[in-house]
Design a protein around this ligand. Structure first.
Ligand SMILES: NC(=O)C1=CN([C@@H]2O[C@H](COP(=O)(O)OP(=O)(O)OC[C@H]3O[C@@H](n4cnc5c(N)ncnc54)[C@H](OP(=O)(O)O)[C@@H]3O)[C@@H](O)[C@H]2O)C=CC1
Ligand SMILES: O=C(O)[C@@H]1CCC=N1
Length: 275
């Protein structure tokens, strides 16, 4: 029988992960979730066939694996509340940005396996990518199981140094939002030029999907893929010159830096050493 998985705090990220799991064939009767809102419990139970609880303690008690999906600011209070129900044979996986392994272990209060992950919402379509790091109590078979879990909703990469989780957050956790914002701007402009919303959305999103597939599936360097489209004195060249004039490297570097700085700030704010 598959391990039972409890998602503590069912919202956007938990839904993205368990939707991907269900689509990959993970049995709904091995998945639990918690929420404080009765309507949401009813909805997820009806819509996805998973068991929803109001009490985190109950879900934790019944689970082999616990996925912590509340907001970083809520993590300490939520974990401490159910800590007396934690067993050493369980595996905990946190998805929270900026909450470090040592803090989670301290709040859980036992020598228990903890994996910190940074997934992203495309997991919901089986197209996620997740950065992972484990604490010293996590053995190789647990790490293998976690890799398989995240493989069922996309791909994953193990990170050696926890400090790099800030960069992972900026590069893949938050990144889908950057791309959505970019497409929003393209669609907005196409509409201003007279194209309808649906046509604009289809053309922009499929251009992005095709370009992403070329990066993933072809071996060519990314700058070569770009050059292949950029005819001298052609149309693309003019668009790219406009990006350079606005210093696109700086725009992106500023955005990633802001993301990393916030992640570091959260690691300090939501730390067990502050208790
Ligand atoms: N969204 C994203 O793209 C990504 C998010 N993350 C991380 O995922 C985590 C969740 O983010 P996200 O899903 O966007 O946030 P959401 O607010 O959508 O989900 C969090 C959920 O937690 C529930 N919750 C809050 N307190 C409790 C409690 N005491 N007991 C049980 N449930 C509770 C809330 O439901 P209710 O109020 O009904 O209880 C809420 O729906 C964060 O830590 C974030 O850093 C990581 C990578 C990507
Ligand atoms: O914005 C956030 O804090 C979360 C973490 C990565 C994506 N969303």
């Amino acid at each position: 029988m598959k391990p039972s998985i409890a998602f503590i705090g069912v919202g956007n990220m938990a839904r993205a992960i368990f939707s991907g799991l269900l689509a990959s064939g993970y049995p709904a009767d091995r998945i639990m979730g918690t929420s404080r809102t009765p309507e949401k419990r009813e909805y997820y139970q009806q819509q996805y066939g998973i068991s929803m609880y109001s009490e985190n303690e109950q879900a934790v008690s019944e689970a082999d694996v616990v996925v912590l999906c509340v907001k970083p600011a809520q993590m300490q209070a939520v974990v401490k509340e159910f800590a007396s129900f934690v067993r050493e044979d369980q595996l905990f996986i946190s998805v929270a940005a900026g909450v470090e392994l040592d803090s989670l272990a301290t709040w859980l209060g036992k020598s228990v396996a903890v994996v910190r992950s940074m997934p992203n919402t495309p997991s919901q379509l089986g197209a996620g990518v997740t950065g992972l790091i484990a604490n010293q109590y996590t053995d190789d078979s647990q790490k293998e199981w976690v890799s398989e879990l995240f493989a069922s909703i996309g791909s994953s990469v193990w990170i050696e140094d926890e400090a790099h989780m800030h960069t992972v957050t900026a590069l893949s956790g938050s990144a889908p939002a950057y791309f959505f914002r970019f497409v929003e701007a393209m669609v907005k402009n196409a509409k201003e030029q007279g194209l309808d919303e649906e046509t604009s959305r289809q053309l922009a999103s499929h251009a992005m999907l095709g370009a992403a597939r070329m990066i993933v599936e072809l071996e060519d360097p990314i700058d070569q893929l770009r050059k292949n489209i950029t005819s001298p004195k052609g149309t693309t060249e003019q668009a790219l010159l406009s990006f350079e004039a606005a210093d696109i490297d700086k725009i992106v570097a500023n955005a990633m830096h802001a993301c990393v700085e916030r992640s570091k700030e959260m690691a300090k704010t939501f730390s067990a050493t502050k208790d």
